[in-house]
Write a protein that binds this ligand. Structure first.
Ligand code: HEC
Ligand code: HEC
Ligand code: HEC
Length: 404
């Protein structure tokens, strides 16, 4: 048994985790761990539905696409699939019947998974309780699977993970998990107009749409994960490890789409694997820095009073947050993101925190959507985007209105 502890300064937190020294014994147990690392559960389990029975709606520019049943049921699930069929689906995005799969299923990342790991994933998927349940029918666009032949030819490059011999074993493990199973780039890498991840802008910040329980949709921006100052420059490897593994560090707490990534996936991994991911991410060179003009001083100061009245108590006069308040907004990637969707969601709708995560002494932030007008929210957002060395473009009340 190995015991590891971290102390996060600035926020009274002490985490210890005991990790079993041996790797899980059977192929199915190893496969369960890999399925957690790949977060198959989140995308293949409806709210209140049976595990892995599919039917989760995904919003795309072409309409709604539903995830499929991956339990070992023979008619509606993948009970008739051989390990080779699963390998082809994960590595090439091709179904057992030869039809192509839409890249909302992140096979552009899963193509990096090793063959041995796919065999273990297969062994695990065979142990899930079979469920008879067909996904709802997809819209017309999604019956046009032939079109994916063109998309695949232009925008998808199958290929296994290749270790970098110049880097440590820890770095390579982290790279394998981040680029492969972890599919962080599926949300954090910007996409071109064909919805393909833009390789040379990897991890510089992307966007996504969430379908809410009430049927409405909400747009989010996934932050720049490189060492840029509007990315993770201010984060240490410890900060990032704690945030990913426990949902909170002195830099930030989880909310929004990261809730599922953290609760259903990263929290279940060994501390050493999560640290390896943080080590790899922290090695990404700064890219996607904000290159525009700073926000005009008059625009920044127009939001000062609102900040003082509504935010300062927790985020501090200097934007550095506090042990009994909340995280720092100075240096925050959420605050400085070019696409302010996540910043505005935090202010308008308040951060929703999963019950599995404890923020220690921090106070709960409320939603300001009712209390403040679009103009006021734009003003306070421009104040935090333009203060304390933060740099970003100014945003307008219209952008706030669109985000409500
Ligand atoms: C980001 C969401 C997402 C994640 C994560 C995800 N899937 Fe999927 N998966 C989908 C969607 C959506 C489809 C349906 C694609 C389509 O119909 O073209 C799908 C389809 C599949 C299929 C094809 C099944 C069939 O009958 O056509 C398999 C197999 C599969 N996923 C396995 C997995 C495994 C194993 C994991 C974890 C390693 C996983 N998926 C993680 C979204 C996801
Ligand atoms: C389903 C899409 C999605 C996936 C997959 C995803 N992220 Fe995120 N991530 C987001 C969004 C959206 C935000 C901004 C809002 C939020 O924090 O949820 C974000 C925020 C973050 C933040 C900044 C949090 C803060 O408050 O400053 C970090 C760090 C991060 N993600 C790391 C990762 C890593 C590492 C992975 C892969 C293991 C990953 N993300 C996978 C969507 C995603
Ligand atoms: C009562 C304390 C409190 C007040 C008041 C408050 N916040 Fe927060 N805020 C928090 C806490 C705690 C979090 C962490 C929540 C989470 O990550 O789930 C947070 C998170 C945030 C984040 C996400 C930061 C990041 O990098 O992840 C932003 C942006 C933010 N607050 C802006 C504001 C603004 C703007 C105001 C005023 C309109 C405000 N907050 C008022 C406590 C507060």
């Amino acid at each position: 048994m190995r015991i590891r502890c971290w102390i996060s300064a600035g926020l009274v937190l002490l985490w210890c985790s005991a990790a079993a020294a041996q790797a899980p014994a059977t192929a199915a147990e190893r496969g369960r761990y890999l399925a957690d690392a790949g977060n198959c559960f989140s995308c293949h389990t409806r709210t209140g539905g049976k595990p892995y029975a599919g039917g989760v709606p995904f919003e795309t520019p072409f309409g709604t696409l539903y995830s499929t049943n991956i339990t070992p049921e023979r008619e509606t699930g993948i009970g008739a699939w051989r390990v080779e069929d699963l390998r082809r689906a994960l590595h090439e995005g091709i179904r057992a019947d030869g039809a192509r799969l839409f890249p909302a299923f992140p096979y552009p990342s899963y193509t990096k998974i090793t063959d041995a790991d796919i065999e273990d994933l297969y062994a695990f998927l065979r142990t899930i309780a079979p469920v008879k349940s067909a996904a709802p029918a997809n819209g017309w666009m999604f019956s046009q699977r032939w079109a994916l032949r063109v998309w695949n030819a232009l925008s998808f490059e199958p290929g296994r993970f290749v270790a970098n011999p110049k880097q440590s074993a820890q770095w390579n493990r982290g790279a394998y998990l981040v680029e492969g199973l972890g599919h962080c780039g599926a949300c954090h890498t910007p996409r071109d107009r064909f919805m393909a991840e833009i390789a040379d802008r990897a991890h510089q910040g992307g966007e996504m749409t969430e379908r809410l329980a009430n049927g409405k949709t909400l747009r989010w921006s996934a932050v720049n994960l490189t060492a840029a100052s509007n990315g993770l420059a201010a984060w240490s490897v410890d900060d990032l490890t704690l945030y990913l593994h426990k949902g909170v560090s002195r830099r930030a707490g989880t909310f929004g789409p990261m809730n599922e990534v953290i609760v259903n996936s990263l929290m279940k991994l060994d501390a050493a694997d999560v640290r390896a991911m943080a080590v790899y991410l922290k090695s990404l060179p700064a890219r996607g820095e904000y290159a525009g003009e700073p926000i005009a001083p008059a625009v920044v100061s127009a939001g000062a009073e609102l900040y003082e009245e509504h935010c300062e108590e927790c985020h501090g006069e200097s934007g550095r947050g506090g042990m009994f308040g909340g995280p720092p907004l100075a240096g925050s990637a959420i605050v400085q993101a070019d696409d302010p969707a996540s910043l505005l969601n935090a202010i308008l709708h308040g951060p929703q925190i999963p019950k599995q995560v404890s923020f220690g002494q921090w106070e709960t932030m409320q939603a300001y959507g009712e209390a403040l007008s679009d103009a006021q929210i734009a003003a306070v957002a421009n104040y935090v985007r333009g203060s304390w060395k933060n740099r970003a473009r100014a945003i307008s009340p219209e952008e706030v209105a669109r985000q409500r």
